[in-house]
Design a protein around this ligand. Structure first.
Ligand code: HEM
Length: 426
């Protein structure tokens, strides 16, 4: 089997708008059946391997010494953008956070907050998170029977949770929202015009703008860090601000990277899963009846909503040695795209993978990744979703779509963009 992926499929993989409809799933289905580990060559991008089967995604994610995160960009990046980032930071990354690290640094930095995110610690946050969830449901009830769920509820709720965990004042919400949207929403349609303008900027001006953006957030986080060093509290900001590795405090760049990843990684991802689940409830009335009759099905509903949405579509890895994998000769330095949304529709793992089902036991969804980098916030994400649906379902009498649901344009983090709903809530 030739390793080259047909041009039309390769172009779909690098078209952000293809992730907003079924085109990406058609491409994935073709790849799983015909070329599960093929090579994409598209002008403007370095060539990359495309990993579409569940088993291969798990295997590569597990082999963290052979497949590194940090050697090249961890997200698919056009050559022009990659060159600009390297010029500005001297590395393939804007920030250095857990995602961009490998051993020996990665386990040390991950250990700093690992206990904080472990199920036992997260469970202690349940009362506070449930109170925030109840507030959201009360707000929905006051909306008069219609809302645009994404903007009105889904984007705000996980942001409130993460801000309360970090210990960031609620008044800073607009700035925190901007941080996630500028990092994760970089390809969305609202940004296309802005991106075209940015592309045309001379290098030095672009570099100035990016440096100003990074400096603004560094300054913001460093102000919080300074406060927590002087007055440590029981929040995650205090853990990060006072972190010591190998006997030395972590650098400001690393502390900023840590703040940034915690502030952003748990936001759009959880909002998308939440809205993905709500979209399903709105389209399939039988689901609401099932959950109302047996609320113990809510965790299964959430797991399926996460599989269904798979908010993180792709992450990249880089081979550290020449190797044979999946019948292909991969060379040192090659870039590989892990296609989580494809793994989550793999027909050899999931019966009827395009159906939304509550009876997948176990649900082997891999939306949180696997291996050393597996999502550290997965228990928090599940708890946020559980609290919201447990508060909502008993009060929700009916729900349906009140217009067309649309999706964001992105090959990195994507999900519902607009979700107009009509509903009756007690
Ligand atoms: C449904 C919601 C979420 C999804 C689908 C998701 C997905 C992912 C994925 C795919 C990875 C990369 C795994 C890999 O490279 O193997 C990841 C890493 C990460 N996630 Fe999440 N995530 C979610 C929620 C959260 C939350 C709530 C937080 C915390 C506030 C969080 C924090 C992180 C961090 C810090 C990493 C980097 C871990 C590392 O590199 O060691 N995520 N997540």
């Amino acid at each position: 089997m030739s390793e080259a992926i047909p041009e039309t499929i390769a172009r779909t993989l690098v078209d952000p708008s293809a992730y907003a409809d079924e085109r990406i799933h058609d491409a994935y289905a073709w790849l799983r059946a015909n070329n599960p580990l093929g090579r994409a060559e598209v002008p403007g991008f370095d060539p990359f391997w495309v990993v579409t089967r569940h088993a291969d995604i798990l295997e590569i994610s597990k082999q963290n010494a052979l497949f590194h995160n940090g050697d090249r960009s961890t997200t698919l990046t056009r050559q022009i953008d990659d060159a600009r980032v390297r010029k500005i930071t001297g590395t393939p990354h804007f920030v250095r956070s857990l995602v961009q690290m490998d051993a020996p640094d990665h386990p040390k930095y991950r250990a700093l907050t690992f206990k904080w995110f472990a199920p036992g610690s997260i469970k202690k946050l349940e009362d506070d998170i449930r109170a925030l969830a109840r507030q959201e449901v009360d707000r929905m009830a006051a909306m008069g029977g219609t809302c645009e769920f994404m903007g009105d509820v889904a984007l705000g709720y996980p942001l409130h949770v993460i801000m309360s965990i970090l210990g960031v004042p609620m008044a800073d919400k607009p700035r925190m929202l901007r941080l996630t949207q500028d990092i994760f929403g970089a390809q969305d349609i609202d940004k296309e015009e802005k991106n075209r303008k940015l592309e045309k900027l001379p290098s030095f001006l672009y570099s100035l703008l990016v440096k100003a953006f990074l400096a603004d957030f560094t300054k913001y986080f460093m102000k919080i860090a300074k406060d927590r060093r002087a007055n440590p509290r029981d929040d995650l900001a205090s853990v990060i601000a006072n972190a010591v590795i190998d006997g030395k405090p972590i650098s400001d760049r690393e502390a900023t990277g840590y703040f940034t990843i915690v502030a952003t990684a748990g936001h759009d991802t959880t909002s998308s899963s939440l809205a993905g689940g709500m979209g399903m409830l709105a389209r399939e009335p039988a689901l609401l009846e099932q959950l109302k009759a047996d609320p113990s099905l809510i965790p299964a509903f959430i797991e399926e909503a996460i599989r269904w949405t798979t908010p993180v579509k792709t992450f990249m890895r880089t081979a550290t040695e020449d190797t044979e994998f999946g019948g292909r000769r991969i060379s040192k330095g090659d870039w590989l795209m892990l296609c989580y949304a494809s793994g989550n529709r793999d027909e050899t793992v999931f019966d009827d993978p395009f159906a939304f089902r509550l009876d997948r036991k176990p649900n082997k969804q891999l939306a949180f990744g696997y291996g050393a980098h597996v999502c550290i916030g997965q228990h928090l994400a599940r708890l946020e979703l559980k609290c919201l649906f447990e508060e909502l379902v008993p009060r929700l009498k009916s729900i349906g779509l009140d217009g067309e649901m649309s999706f964001t344009h992105s090959w990195f983090v994507n999900g519902p963009r607009r979700l107009p709903l009509r509903f009756e809530i007690d």
